[in-house]
Each structure stands twice: as structure tokens, then as C-alpha cells.
Design a protein around this ligand. Sequence first.
Ligand SMILES: Cc1ncc(C[n+]2csc(CCOP(=O)(O)OP(=O)(O)O)c2C)c(N)n1
Length: 514
Amino acid sequence: MNGAESLIRTAIAAGVEVCFANPGTTEMPLVAALDSADGLRPILGLFEGVCTGAADGYGRMAEKPAMTLLHLGPGFANGIANLHNARRARSPIVNLIGDHATWHVGADAPLTSDIVSLATPVSGWVRSVRTAASLANTTAQAIAEAGRAPGQIATLIIPSDCQWDPAERHAEAIEPRALSTCSSNSVKGAAESIRKGNRVALFLGGTGLRARGLKAAARIAAKSGCHLICETFPARLERGAGMPILDRLPYFPEQAIEMLKAFDTIVLAGAKRPVAFFGYPDFPSQLIPEGLNTAILAEPTEDVPAALEALASEISAPASAVTQSKVARPERPVGKLNAMTAGAAIALTMPEGSIVMDEAATTGLPFLAASAAAPPHTYLSLTGGAIGQGLPCATGAAVACPDRRVIAFQADGSGMYTLQALWTQARESLNVTTVLCNNHSYRILQVELARAGVTEPGRKARSLTSLANPDIEWTSLARGLGVPAVRVETAEDLTRELERSLATPGPSLIEMIL
Ligand SMILES: Cc1ncc(C[n+]2csc(CCOP(=O)(O)OP(=O)(O)O)c2C)c(N)n1
């Protein structure tokens, strides 16, 4: 056995099933070692941002790490933006990065770079291996670190001689450290705040937005009358019939502040104190207005569902509370395609158990209200603001959940960053329906220009926010990458094509001309 084989067997022993890979010469022993054992499925991504975004989507849905296999510093650097998003989502991921042989690094060959410096800001744990003999143990450690609940990014840098040199055995799995529980003082403090407050909001985030946390939150609301608010960009939110209705904190600070100032007490459960996405001249960073009573029930890194259940008991909430038991779908939309009709068409047609990856940007918002009582589904969003996450994340979610339909609700500009994900969807026959919002622009940047008071942008400014000239033909791009595609221009056509796509195995893309 060589080091690479010891790594692969260690990963399989620890339950890792998938490796999203884009390898090069320094990873060849690992590539060869994949065939030495059964149980680890390699999936090729044609850009590293696809691999890392897919590992994020996989981690959010499988609740265990996938591996990525990336080529030295430059390959890893191509994957950083989506690792940034994954870090914000607290997704479990193990990155394997090949490096030059230990004795070759000093030669400063063209691909040599400071990989540790690239990896550190997006990783919770980074190690460079020095010997083949230590590779198995360090791999087991990396997997346990990634799985450290709720999840983090562990990055392992592996010189090629540590892959090809002999090794003796694989390492057994190490149990990841469990979630810490919040203190009983936090529970008592939150209960006290809820009792004292007149207008209380429970601000939910992280694992508080999974089914168990939401059921406890519904009980707390039933007993106390508190309002339930969800962080603006949840990594994973369970929604639809059977789940309580949450208000999402708005994106723009003036709207968020307006929402929060209606309360005198905010209890944070799995969410950090909300801050504005950007600093604007007339608004503060902190969105909770000064003077409000704020209590922290549980930090995002704690066991948020358990904390919510403890709070429910503390205030003697009923044993269960279902706020919306019936499925309710919107009417069949007619006429022009826009954010409203697109949201309605998806909410009308999405099957039970769908996973909706929302990177629809300015076209996305109305979908949330339209689908509030749709059949139970999972909603994933862009956690770190680095666009180009939607198509890869949808790909990884589909790998994690082959029996569920994934809907990638995707803006065109953001989609262009990582459209290679479509090829991986075709190659792996993944059940992903991409609803592509072609508005031929970076619309949000046009909105931001207007907000900054630039009502008549100049020719140069307009050219930086327009995706026209030439118009991008998404149907041609998708077909060229092996994904069947149609173009629609009315709400009726979109609904019909959604019904067809959602009933057909494998990927397809519907290009909406907005
Ligand atoms: C990695 C990265 N690069 C650039 C940006 C800046 N940015 C934010 S939104 C946006 C354009 C979004 O356009 P599109 O995806 O088409 O959605 P629309 O606003 O048109 O709805 C850009 C370039 C970013 N957020 N992340």
C-alpha cells in the first residue's frame, strides 16, 4: 500500500462517499488509488469552484463531509470563493490539495505557491503532511475535524512523495466532537426575556432552521406569541406545510431595521447578531436598533434544536404546535414572466421533498411567499455573498439526495461564474431542474447604483452592469454541456415546461427571458 491508498481506505472507513475532483500531476497517486478500493465515488468538476460549491451542497444535505481533490495553490485558489460560502454555511468539507514532492518545493517550480496562506482564511483546520506513514492518521483527523458539528472546512496538503511512498495501513475513523449544549443560564435568560417582553422576536439561524429546531420554535411561539424571524441567507431551511411560517430578515438595512424596531426584545437562536450586508453612508452596521433587549439562547456552533426544546419546556409550551397543516399552492400564473410569475410557477409545480437552491438574486424574492405552504421542501441560499454558488451547490445537493428533485433557481450573471456544473449534472445524470433567470443584466448592481443616487448612469457604468451585446444564449450553453434546454417567454410556458422537467429524470434547464 502507498500513502495515497492508505488515505482512500481511511476515508472509506470514516464513511466518506464522494470526492469532487479536479486533479493534476501532483495528485496522480491519489487518482490511481481511487481504483484500489470500493466505496468512494469520484466526480469530476471542470472548474474548482464547481468542486468546492458541490461539496458545500453535499455537506448541507448529507450532513457529513464530501472530499474535494484540488491541484496545488492555483487549483485551490479557483475554489476559494465557494469555500468562503461553505464556511459561512458551516458545511463539513475535507479539501485534499496535492503539492510538489517535499524535496522539490525548494526548487521553486512554476506551480509552487504558499498553499497554507491560501487555505487558512477559509479553513477551520489546515495541515501539511510530511511523511507517507502519517498520512492515514492525519486524514482520519481531517475528516473528524470537518465533521465537528455543525461542520467546518478541513484542508489537508499532501506532497506527492507522501502519496507515492509506502505506507502500512489505513487509520480507523475518529469520532467527531459533538455539538456543545448551551448553558441552562442561557435558557433561563431567554425565558425571562420572553416573559418580560411585550413584543418579542425569536431570531433563528443555523441548525435552528432544520425541522427539529423549527418544531420547537413553533411551540415557543404558540405559548408566548413571539414572532419567528429567519436570518436573511440561511444555509438550509426546512419549509412548507407542517413547518411554521417565518419572516425572513430583509436584505437592505433600512428594511431590516424597520422590521426589527417593531420589537422590544430579540432572542437569538443559532444566528449571530444580524449586520448589514454592506456599509451604506446613512445606516449602522448593526441591524438590531439600540436599546432593544437582546438575549442569546444559543450560538450557531451550539446545539440549537436542543436549546429551543429546552426553552420550550422552560416556558411550559405545548407538546406540539403545527401552524400550517394544509398544502396551499398559488394559482396557475398567466401572462408576462417576472419575479412574481416565476415564483408562483415554481411554488405551484415543485414536488414534495424538493430542494430549492436560490441564487435567483433580484428574481428570487416572491418565490418565498408563494411557496410558504407548498409541500414540505428544503431551501438553500447563498450564505457568503460570493456569487457562482448556485449551480455547483445544486449539483452537490443532488448527489447527496438522489431521490429528491433539486430546483436550481438561478440568476444569469451568477450562473456564468460556474456554468461548468451543468456538465457534471449531465455526466452524473443528476435530477436537477435549472430555472435560469435571463434578465441580461447584473440587475442588483443597477439597483445599487440607483440607491447610491446615480439615476442616470453613464455609458461606462451601464456597460459594467449589462450582460447584453452579445446576449448570452443559455439554451445553447446548456445543450453544449449535455443538458437539454428550452427557452420560455410566458408564465404559461414556464409552468408547462416545469411540469415536464420535474417529471423527467436527469437534468434540464429552462431559460426564462425576463
Ligand atoms: C464572487 C463575486 N463577484 C462579484 C460579486 C459582485 N456582484 C454581486 S451581485 C452581482 C451581479 C448579479 O447579477 P445576476 O446574477 O445576473 O442577478 P441579478 O442581479 O441580475 O438578479 C455581482 C457581479 C459578488 N457578489 N461575488
